[in-house]
Design a protein around this ligand. Structure first.
Ligand code: URA
Length: 191
């Protein structure tokens, strides 16, 4: 299936219940044959409204970190392990909820489809949800951060770092940010 066909199919996906409350499916964006695919967790509030991945606060931090690491975001295929926003309502606010294994598994065909079409050389997982989706539920980003591994059943290599939201929440934000930029520099140096 082409990326356009995958996107259309994902937009009609009822594999789990998340489509019921989300505004729309947020599919991946970027060059169809990008050398690098970055995988996040799921769209956030702003992504859900815009229909584009990484346009909210985490996306802004990612943009800044990529620019500082000398990476042009437009060359990267950006997507998420889960394509619908999962949240609970608190007053007018929609609070992010981490997707569960069932939702990650339900969404997996779309991520696998994107991998098969884009055929990236390198996959960069942003955070535990993306890393577990592709490397198995027992994978720990804390233990294997920055390691270059082989992506199971594909020719790509894969590495995991923290999620940009974790940098935004970190106690020592400057240090967390520097380490995140360093991880991106190291990952791109393997190309
Ligand atoms: N966080 C993610 O993991 N993905 C997005 O698209 C936005 C925020």
């Amino acid at each position: 299936m082409s990326l356009a066909q995958l996107r259309d199919a994902a937009c009609a996906c009822h594999n789990c219940d998340l489509y019921k409350d989300a505004t729309q499916t947020v599919f991946g964006t970027g060059p169809a044959h990008a050398r690098v695919m970055m995988v996040g967790e799921q769209p956030g509030d702003q992504e859900d409204r815009a229909g584009e991945p990484f346009v909210g606060p985490a996306g802004k931090l990612l943009d800044r970190a990529m620019a500082e690491a000398g990476i042009d975001r437009s060359t990267v295929y950006l997507t998420n392990a889960v394509k619908h926003f999962k949240f609970t309502e608190r007053g007018k606010r929609r609070i992010h909820k981490t997707p569960g294994r069932t939702e990650v598994v339900a969404c997996h065909p779309w991520l696998l489809g994107e991998l098969a079409e884009v055929e990236p050389e390198l996959v960069v997982c942003l955070g535990a949800v993306a890393a577990k989706a592709l490397l198995g539920p027992s994978f720990r980003v804390t233990q294997h951060r920055g390691e270059l591994l082989d992506l199971p059943d594909a020719t790509a290599r894969i590495t995991a770092t923290v999620h940009p939201s974790a940098v935004l929440r970190a106690e020592n934000r400057d240090e967390a940010y520097r380490e995140f930029v360093d991880d991106l520099v190291t990952a791109w140096s393997t190309l």
